[in-house]
Ligand binder design. Structure first.
Ligand SMILES: Nc1ncnc2c1ncn2[C@@H]1O[C@H](COP(=O)(O)OP(=O)(O)OP(=O)(O)O)[C@@H](O)[C@H]1O
Length: 429
């Protein structure tokens, strides 16, 4: 009897004991799995497998960059510093070229969490700019956040590579929809784009911590996201590096012929109003869906803003709207946009509105005052027989060698005789 009892007690203890062992085993297994997962995450966050063949192409690509890893930095509004190697992986060794511009080439890339990026590799990495200055300027750009400005995620500053990492804009630049693309954007959409763009510039001028002058507003620098929401690109870059020969280059400012305000070409103070001028030219291009200057048209129509003014001045603005193929239902808004454009391209910077006022005028929440003649200064103007050289204007101003042709082709405010007159006009700005 006692034997039977002791056997039963043993077997009960035994089964209790094995239950505990199983429970411990399960707990150990769970701990091990969690530890394994943690290690994997840590490994990924630290760069994963990175090996390259002789050409520098990643041969075994494991996850390297995720936005999660950088969330803390982003929350602190600090742009992230990437290494050359990280950008090589993200761009598959710079395989997918999106295009190149005055600052350098732009490549498409992605982080392994699916975030798509555009990496702008800056030209002239060898210039002697010191780290702190580069960082400070990138820091400023990185802190600027607005719905209508392209977001800077980060940058790379290494001996042979300086690059900026931006959010990717899937629909590319407005330029292609105005001048090339078969996809036609409705007038309503273009109106929205003009308002969004104006808001982005107004933010740069009037709201962000350090006021920023863009210097190069043009359709190529207005990028469109998946909903065709416009975002101004390249702000802050004018101070960051030098451009190639297709751009004028001046101390503290830059611009593209055809869009650059008159004061950018002359030895006069340059303010944020130079962006207002360029935005006015952009508005003409939006209305006309054509470049502001077209040599293939008869001379009277070649420079669209001037032709439009002649019509507007003789109360025939309707002809401009019709020539631009704008439907009757959009006429009222189109006429308003034309008036705003004339206000923006006033010769005297002081006569141009500030961007926040431009936003309101475009929205229709305030009346657009009747603009004075923006081309008054051209009356009596005679085309120059010789190209105007920078040295004639200012020793501090350099215009690149082959830009004289661009000058001659561009807006004729560049003529020397005008300088004396505008000196007087600009003195009161
Ligand atoms: N964030 C981005 N997302 C998608 N495409 C981009 C992005 N940034 C630039 N691109 C594209 O890359 C190309 C080159 O851009 P980049 O800004 O260097 O030159 P650009 O605007 O054509 O000329 P510029 O330097 O005179 O402004 C353009 O086709 C542009 O649309």
């Amino acid at each position: 009897m006692s034997d039977t009892t002791s056997t039963m007690t043993d077997s009960t203890n035994h089964s209790d004991y094995s239950g505990v062992v199983i429970a411990i085993a399960i707990v150990v297994l769970i701990v091990k799995i969690s530890l394994f997962c943690w290690c994997i995450n840590k490994f990924k966050a630290n760069g994963g497998f990175r090996s390259y063949n002789q050409t520098g192409t990643p041969v075994k690509k494991f996850m390297t960059l995720t936005m999660d890893k950088f969330l803390n930095d982003m929350e602190r509004e600090k742009p992230i510093r990437f290494t050359d190697q990280q950008l090589r992986i993200a761009t598959d060794n710079y395989t997918y070229l999106l295009g190149s511009g005055g600052f350098g080439a732009v490549y498409k890339g992605s982080f392994s969490d699916g975030t798509i990026i555009a990496v702008k590799v800056l030209r002239g990495s060898s210039d002697k700019r010191i780290d702190e200055q580069f960082m400070a300027e990138v820091g400023t750009i990185g802190k600027v956040h607005h719905l209508n400005l392209v977001r800077l995620y980060g940058f790379c500053f290494e001996r042979h590579l300086r690059a900026l990492v931006y959010e990717y804009m899937v629909n590319g630049a407005l330029e292609k929809y105005l001048f090339h693309e078969s996809t036609i954007l409705s007038f309503e959409k273009l109106h929205e784009i003009s308002i969004g763009t104006a808001r982005g510039i107004a933010y740069l001028h009037e709201e962000c911590q350090q006021r920023i002058i863009h210097y190069d507003i043009k359709p190529g620098n207005i990028l469109l996201d998946r909903n065709f929401c416009p975002k101004v690109a390249d702000f802050g870059l004018a101070k960051l590096c030098n451009r190639d020969h297709t751009h004028i280059s001046m101390t503290g400012g830059r611009g593209t012929p055809g869009y650059a305000a008159p004061e950018l070409w002359m030895p006069f103070p340059v303010t944020h109003k130079c962006d207002v001028y360029s935005f006015g030219i952009l508005l003409f291009e939006i209305i006309g869906r054509r470049r502001n200057h077209n040599d293939n048209l008869p001379e009277s129509q070649a420079w669209f803003p001037k032709w439009a003014w002649e019509k507007f001045d003789s109360e025939q603005v309707g002809e401009v709207i019709t020539a631009c193929g704008i439907e009757d239902k959009d006429r009222e808004i189109a006429e308003r946009i034309v008036k705003v454009a004339f206000s923006c391209v006033q010769y005297r910077p002081g006569a141009r509105p500030v961007m926040s006022a431009v936003v309101k005028m475009l929205e229709g929440s305030v009346e657009v005052p009747k603009p004075p003649n923006p081309f008054q200064h051209l009356i009596g103007w005679v085309p120059p027989t010789q190209p105007v050289h920078a040295s004639q204007a200012d020793t501090d101003t350099t215009i690149c060698s082959d830009s004289s042709a661009l000058l001659a082709k561009s807006v004729p405010v560049l003529a020397t005789p005008v300088v004396t007159k505008c000196e007087i006009e600009l003195a009161s700005v």
